[in-house]
Design a protein around this ligand. Sequence first.
Ligand SMILES: [Zn+2]
Length: 50
Amino acid sequence: MCSAGGGDFNLDIEQLKVERYKCNDCGNKFDSLGEKVVCPSCWSENVIKD
Ligand SMILES: [Zn+2]
């Protein structure tokens, strides 16, 4: 059980997968990520991937 890892610093960047979305309510196009995406303009959840 060797848990002391020295020197091997691995930057674990969470898969920042920015995707392009479009709001169906106001037509705003924006970049977002995550599972629950809301429009930054009108806060609608009625968005689709552009
Ligand atoms: Zn909107």
